[in-house]
Design a protein around this ligand. Sequence first.
Ligand code: ACO
Length: 514
Amino acid sequence: MAKSILLMCCDSCSPKLAAGIKADLEAQGKRVALLAPLAGCKDEACGDSFCKCEALKMIADGKKDALLSILVDRVEAAGKDADVVILHPIADEGALRDAYGLNIALAKNIDACVIPAICAKDKTDEQVAASAELNVKLLAQDGITVTVVASNCSDAAVKLIEAKGLTVIKPSAAKLAADKIVASSSITTPTKFMRSLHDKCRADKKTIVLPEGALDRILKAAAELRAQDLVNLILLGNEDEIKRNAAELGVSLDGIKIIDPAKSADLEDYANTLYELRKAKGMELDKARKLMADKTYFGTMMVYKGVADGLVSGATTSTADTIRPALQFIKTKPGIKTVSGVFLMSLADRVYIYGDCAVIPNATTDQLRDVAIASAATAKAFGIDPKIAMLSYSTGTSGSGPDVDAVREATEKVREAAPDLAVEGPIQYDAAVVPSVAKTKLPDSPVAGKANVFVFPTLNAGNIGYKAVQRSANALAIGPLLQGLNKPVNDLSRGATVADIVNTVIVTAIQAQG
Ligand code: ACO
């Protein structure tokens, strides 16, 4: 992706500043594109920009994330044949009251270099320098680090500003060395995270089976996934019913395969395989035939046989009924005894992993060790360098009691089994994530204050914990992702929305990529 620069200035200085930077970069041999992210309205042409009226409608409908994603697309398109994209600021006008917030969010999502303009009109040199410092501080509060400012100030003021460690460029003849174009923040927003998952999905497209094929939410999610060309899909169920429901919803099933287990030529083979795999556990052929009529068993067998790469189900069934077939015959990966469930918690500026939130009611210390090691592997699969916090109500040696001792023992077992992993425990949540608390409570820990993988001591704690953060901190919770299975099978909550289903299918496909 091309580097980008976002100008934060008024409408009158933006064209001058953009033209100055463009000319200077072109003189350095760079290809430069200019873009106004939002423009036009009614009869005015929008060009490469996104229509302002449409954007306002999306914000009013609560679709700011979708709008951001569209704006990121526009920047990517503008940067296709360029080395640098210079963005004019989105201006405050009319009903667009939070243009500043939208500019900041866009900058974070495209890793832009943010250049604020400091107006020198009617100000002394000292006042200009103070104004530059103020701007930098205010932007820092929003997670943006500024190293370059633009100002029409005097040479004396330039010196004062430079003394504060900033580079100054002049709007009309802006000279900007290419190495000064550095991202003002490099955080992982939910939009950025989801886009990276989409790219991963498309790079190696997998086939996912959805046993609850006739359900409205599943049909809507399937259509969305196909429209974005993210995965291949197989819907299970009665073909007439699925087609009728899709028609009533007005969603397209183009490119989606439908299989009716009741009419499938594979039914007998699947039942035989189940019987063979489970006969030592008392399975009988008749019972295997009956079980294979169940769409979850049928779909899980498709994954076992390699007809599909992964399964997503559970919008109408309990967790136990959804994952039992997988536990029974997909089984765990070599060397792993415990299946557990984690959530990818995409917060405003980072992604955390919480586990176990879905499977093991009262984990033993061996199981907690397995959850930690499997969660670290999941973290790596999603591009996160794991730092594991084994959570407790006590940090280090400050507390005691059977629950704390169990977490201490589990932590030791992780260290023994996987000496290369960064792990700390027992540790409280605040000491795990807040550097200042970590400094007081565990100053020498390489994990405290920087943890990104959190192992909760019980299913109660894990399930409550993820829902508390999801609902009270407005985090995007993706999961639960079952980890430890030989092939990916994932369970939906019965309250799953269309977006939840889409996200779960995406992460299942990525798990299937191995
Ligand atoms: N890891 C690996 N294998 C397991 C696990 C596990 N965690 N749990 C069970 N198994 C295996 C057993 O060894 C057994 O194998 P076998 O038959 O070959 O010997 C098989 O699975 C069935 O075991 P059961 O003990 O009979 O398990 P059951 O089917 O009754 O339940 C389950 C297992 C579903 C995981 C159960 O522990 C459960 O209900 N957990 C809680 C699920 C839940 O309600 N989660 C919260 C909601 S999810 C959410 O909100 C996101």
